[in-house]
Design a protein around this ligand. Structure first.
Ligand code: SF4
Length: 433
């Protein structure tokens, strides 16, 4: 069978890294069934739209994508359109009713059963052999170690669409990672809505980090995301003592106002959070701390907004994602009036984003002249620069993206890069000989 005659699949992924990890799993499965990936739905036999429900905007984009599949279906009547993920869980009936072009809907609670559902539905014929070995030269991969969430932050739909926390058994995780190392993976990111509350067979998250560290060919371990209330001293000790565990923690603050934090049901005050940050920096001085901030939560006032600005200034995050509150039906916050005007949300969002970006740039600028140990992930041709070098991309142990040029192919290697320039989202450097 030639590449031209082989069946193809196309995946469009919205949302978080957990969705990206699920899309990787779908991809692996389809490749093992003899399919090839394609970067356009036009020539695909299977189109998967992996959806997110966390914000209205993400839902709107997914709806547009699903709507556009009408043209795909008209041109490819035998093609299959599959909608998966959080929106599929939340709005599955509506999607099935409204969009005739959709063949199959798989909710977020069922994504791990994707292979069985694909064969049961007849889209994939049972017994197809693993025809193609995956060889995508990837250095870094992520695996989902737990699904669901028990925290019920008042604005969040995840506990409703992904269900209660379920930790994947340790042996399964270790086997998956070991298998990945056989394909050249050197860096693994452990994913969950709240990895700190991982618990399976008497193994907690700190223990799991130690076990993953023992896998010989894994050079780096990352993890996300963390709930501040569950970051234990034991975990901090593990991060500081296990060499392979990267020095980065994503710690969503959401708001600097205690009133808003309480309404969000975040279960900490700003002071609790601040003391935790101090403790983290005490254990691991060079750690990078990134965060999420939400603005325009119901009842939020200028005073609350000011408290958030003060909190951001006091902590100095290495990078921050800033979001506008988006009401989600089923959640507790949905019962509150969405009373912050659109204009105010825009204004606050811009102020916070500008502040967070300027702090990120300032913190990156302080790194100019220092060395970073970079695990090189990928390269790109930059035809506008006429030399024999290529541009390479990798990450430091602190999760900062670093771009540099080299004539040698360094993908997969750990090298020292001297930082020469700082941007908001990345650094530029030179290989240190
Ligand atoms: S911790 Fe809160 S924000 Fe995160 S997934 Fe759970 S409920 Fe949502």
């Amino acid at each position: 069978m030639t590449e031209k005659t082989m069946k193809k699949y196309y995946i469009k992924t919205f949302g978080c890294q957990m969705n990206a990890a699920d899309s990787d799993m779908f991809s692996e499965y389809l490749i093992s069934c003899g399919y090839l990936p394609t970067d356009t739905p036009d020539n695909a036999d299977i189109v998967i739209i992996n959806t997110c429900s966390v914000r209205q905007h993400a839902e709107e984009r997914a709806f547009t994508e699903i709507g556009d599949m009408k043209h795909y279906k008209a041109a490819n009547p035998n093609g299959k359109v599959i909608v998966v993920g959080c929106m599929a869980e939340n709005l599955g009936d509506e999607i099935k009713k409204k969009y005739q072009q959709v063949d199959l809907v798989i909710g977020a609670k069922n994504t791990q059963n994707f292979p069985e559902i694909m064969t049961q539905s007849g889209i994939i014929q049972k017994g197809i052999a693993a025809a193609v070995a995956k060889n995508d030269n990837k250095i870094s991969s992520h695996i989902t170690i737990m699904r669901g969430c028990n925290n019920f932050c008042s604005y969040c739909i995840v506990p409703y669409v992904r269900g209660p926390e379920q930790s994947k058994p340790v042996d399964e995780i270790l086997k998956e990672i070991t298998d990945l190392t056989e394909r050249g993976i050197k860096e693994i990111s452990l994913l969950g809505q709240n990895v700190n509350s991982y618990f399976s067979n008497n193994v907690d998250f700190a223990d799991l980090l130690a076990k993953v560290s023992e896998i010989k060919n894994i050079k780096r371990i990352r993890f996300m995301t963390n709930h501040p209330k569950d970051v234990s001293d034991k975990l901090l000790k593990s991060i500081s003592t296990l060499n392979k565990v990267c020095h980065h923690i994503h710690l969503p603050l959401q708001s600097g106002s205690d009133k808003i934090l309480e309404l969000m049901n975040r279960k900490y005050t700003f002071e609790n959070y601040y003391q935790l940050v101090r403790k983290i920096r005490y254990y691991i001085s060079e750690i990078s701390i990134t965060s999420d901030i939400m603005t325009g939560f119901p009842t939020e006032t200028d005073k609350d907004h000011k408290a958030t600005i003060e909190a951001i200034n006091k902590i100095g995050f290495d990078f921050t994602y800033v979001f506008k509150y988006s009401p989600r039906s089923k959640t507790e916050a949905f019962k509150l009036k969405d009373d912050v005007t659109k204009e105010k949300k825009e204004k606050w969002h811009k102020e916070l984003l500008d502040l967070c970006n300027s702090i990120a740039k300032e913190r990156n600028t302080k790194l100019i002249g220092t060395l970073s140990e970079v695990l090189v992930e990928s390269s790109a041709d930059t035809p506008e620069i006429n030399d024999d070098k290529k541009e390479f991309f990798g990450k430091g142990r602190d999760n900062r993206g670093i771009v540099f040029r080299s004539a040698k192919n360094l993908i997969g290697q750990s090298i020292n890069v001297k930082i020469t320039q700082a941007k908001i989202h990345s650094l530029i450097g030179e290989v240190e000989n």
